[in-house]
Design a protein around this ligand. Structure first.
Ligand SMILES: *Cc1c(COP(=O)(O)O)cnc(C)c1O
Length: 232
């Protein structure tokens, strides 16, 4: 990572202002949109910047990379998994992350359930739904969201806080906005059907921040706009 803490704070401030502007434009309230710093591929110092600045959480997309950083961190921040999780890494992930945003199969839900029972802990999760129907993306199909949620709710060990999606890069018109509005509408249907609250809508990255906030995002996951472009 080649940016200084000063540059990071400039980026973070600019982003917070941009989020506040878009949020106000569409009549949403202060505090409704959380800024997550995505630190994947960057050294542990990147998460240190986020902690020092006062951001609530960082996102990582590989379990082992994150576990190594968490072990070396001499600061406190919430570490969340936003990348695909294979069932064989479920135990490691359940042990180290404060929340897993990328829960996308019944098999994985059942694994996480068992791990949490063994370790006697409660794990906050989000269900990742592929509302963009992008074959290149992970995430459960929209049609499977209901059975996935039902399975997750059957365990008191898993606390389902909401939904997550990654927008597709192509499609017309405006594939990101469409994927985000579909996630919001799906959330509404699930809340009614199960009579529960699913407050978190994790959607939006550096390139589709505006669409995400306008469509109701409560957590934008920002990497390159904070730390610069990633190498590799
Ligand atoms: C990398 C990543 C991000 C951040 O992307 P940027 O375009 O760098 O802001 C957000 N969400 C997920 C799931 C990611 O893998």
């Amino acid at each position: 990572m080649h940016i200084s803490y000063e540059t990071f704070t400039e980026h973070a401030r600019a982003l917070e202002e941009r989020i506040a502007e878009i949020r106000a434009d569409c009549g949403r309230l202060p505090g409704e949109v959380k800024l997550m710093a995505v630190t994947k591929t960057h050294p542990v110092e990147a998460a240190g910047y986020a902690a020092r600045y006062g951001l609530p959480c960082v996102g990582e997309n590989r379990v082992q990379e994150a576990v190594d950083k968490i072990a070396r961190a001499d600061f406190r921040i919430s570490w969340e998994l936003i990348g695909h999780l294979q069932s064989n890494k479920a135990a490691l992930a359940a042990r180290h992350f404060s929340r897993i945003q990328s829960v996308d199969s019944i098999k994985l839900v059942n694994r996480l359930k068992l791990c949490c029972e063994k370790e006697n802990r409660t794990l906050p999760i989000l269900l990742q739904i592929n509302t963009g129907n992008d074959e290149a993306k992970f995430g459960a199909r929209e049609d499977d969201a209901s059975s996935l949620l039902e399975t997750a709710l059957s365990s008191a060990r898993l606390k389902v806080e909401g939904l997550m999606t990654i927008a597709p890069l192509s499609g017309t018109p405006n594939p990101a906005r469409r994927a985000f509005s579909r996630l919001r509408e799906l959330r509404g249907r699930l809340q009614t059907a199960f009579d529960i609250d699913l407050p978190e809508l994790s959607m939006g990255m550096s390139g589709d921040l505006r669409e995400a906030v306008e469509e109701g995002s409560t957590c934008v996951r920002i990497g390159s706009a904070l730390f610069g472009t990633r190498e590799g």
